[in-house]
Each structure stands twice: as structure tokens, then as C-alpha cells.
Design a protein around this ligand. Structure first.
Ligand SMILES: CC(C)(COP(=O)(O)OP(=O)(O)OC[C@H]1O[C@@H](n2cnc3c(N)ncnc32)[C@H](O)[C@@H]1OP(=O)(O)O)[C@@H](O)C(=O)NCCC(=O)NCCS
Length: 174
């Protein structure tokens, strides 16, 4: 399995993987593939990684994907925060629980740190994401979601900003 940045010829495979991964997810909007497209269209798909492996015919196949995009803070919408939102992250159902999702998260976080990002936020299951260091902290909030599912990871030792986080409008895609 190899992880690399997406290329234009991967866009359709990314769509297919994302749709397949979220098809049976209870809290899914079923718009995750469109969100990735809209982030790319808006040029805010800061990091977009694919996981690929050789299939039984010896051809490379995309089996996972992860996206990172910049987030803003309420009251300073036009100011770059240095914080990024993780997601969507997708692994083909038949390839899940083999460490591919974790590898995508680790590689994405490494690239964010190399790019001098301050930290990362996400909406997700605390049980899964705590293994990467994500924690819930009331200092960083996302409106209209249960606070315990909004998770943060600061890359340096500074205090977390006290902020209402805003994802890019592409997340409203449907
Ligand atoms: C979430 C997802 C990307 C993880 O990918 P993966 O390749 O299966 O993950 P890994 O193999 O690295 O990790 C598997 C571990 O995570 C756990 N896990 C996977 N998804 C989980 C979830 N939603 N909640 C809690 N635990 C989860 C598994 O039980 C397993 O635990 P273990 O290591 O203790 O056995 C994948 O399951 C997926 O595509 N899910 C559907 C889409 C989705 O829900 N994306 C996340 C929301 S943005």
C-alpha cells in the first residue's frame, strides 16, 4: 500500500471510494464525495492524499482517501488561522480495519506539520481519533454539533485558541 498526493486522474476514483465508504454510515449526509469536489473546485483542498495498492490484475487501485482544508474562526473570517479540518476520510469497506485509515491520518498530519500548520480539528468518533492525539476541548467549538464529537489537535505547545470554528462553505455542498 502506498500513500501519495492525489493527481487529476484520481478524481473519479476518489469519488467512488468516498461514496462507497460512507454508503452505510449512519450519520452521513451522503454528500461527502461532492464536498471533496467542491473543496477542490474552490482551491482549498490543501492536502488530498490517496492510498493505492496493486489489485489482483496487477493494476494500481485507489482504496482510500483523506482531505484537509483550512478552517476559519468566527469574528475573523478572512484571517488565516493556521488550523485545518480533517475530512472526509474514506477507506473502501472491504479494505477497512487494515490500518489504511490510520496511515492516511498519520501522513496527512505529518504534511500539515511540515507546512507549519498550528493544528487540526475534526468531527468524528473520539474513540477512533484519540489514538492520533485528538481530544475534545471546550475552547474550540463547532456550532450545532455535540461538543464531544468535535476534536482538536494542536501541533505546538501554545494554548488552544478560544474559537468557534467555521469549515469552508464547500462543506454545505449537496
Ligand atoms: C473511518 C475509516 C476511514 C477508518 O479506516 P480504517 O482503514 O478502517 O481504519 P484503521 O484500520 O486504521 O483503524 C481501524 C480501527 O479503527 C476503528 N474504527 C474504524 N472506524 C471507526 C469509527 N467510526 N469509530 C470508532 N472506531 C472506528 C476500528 O474498530 C479499528 O479499531 P482497532 O484498531 O482497535 O481494531 C473507515 O472505517 C471508513 O472509511 N469509514 C467510513 C467513512 C467514515 O466514517 N469516515 C470517518 C468520518 S469523516
Amino acid at each position: 500500500m502506498n500513500i501519495r498526493r492525489e493527481r487529476p486522474e484520481d478524481y473519479e476514483a476518489v469519488r467512488i471510494v468516498t461514496k462507497a465508504a460512507f454508503r452505510n454510515v449512519e450519520h452521513s449526509s451522503q454528500t461527502e464525495a461532492e464536498i471533496v469536489d467542491a473543496l477542490r473546485e474552490a482551491s482549498v483542498l490543501t492536502i488530498s492524499l490517496v492510498a493505492e495498492e496493486l489489485n489482483s490484475s496487477g493494476e494500481k487501485e485507489i482504496i482510500g482517501h483523506i482531505a484537509f482544508s483550512p478552517v476559519a474562526f468566527t469574528g475573523a473570517e478572512d484571517v488565516a488561522t493556521g488550523w485545518f479540518g480533517l475530512g472526509p476520510v474514506s477507506v473502501l469497506p472491504e479494505k477497512q480495519k487494515q490500518g489504511i485509515g490510520s496511515a492516511l491520518v498519520h501522513e496527512g498530519l505529518t504534511l500539515l506539520k511540515v507546512a507549519d500548520a498550528k493544528g487540526c480539528v475534526l468531527l468524528g468518533d473520539p474513540e477512533y481519533y484519540k489514538r492520533f492525539g485528538f481530544r475534545n476541548d471546550p475552547k474550540m467549538r463547532l456550532r450545532d454539533v455535540p461538543q464531544e464529537y468535535f476534536l482538536t489537535l494542536a501541533f505546538d505547545k501554545e494554548e488552544l485558541p478560544d474559537a468557534d470554528v467555521i469549515y469552508h462553505p464547500a462543506f454545505a455542498s449537496s
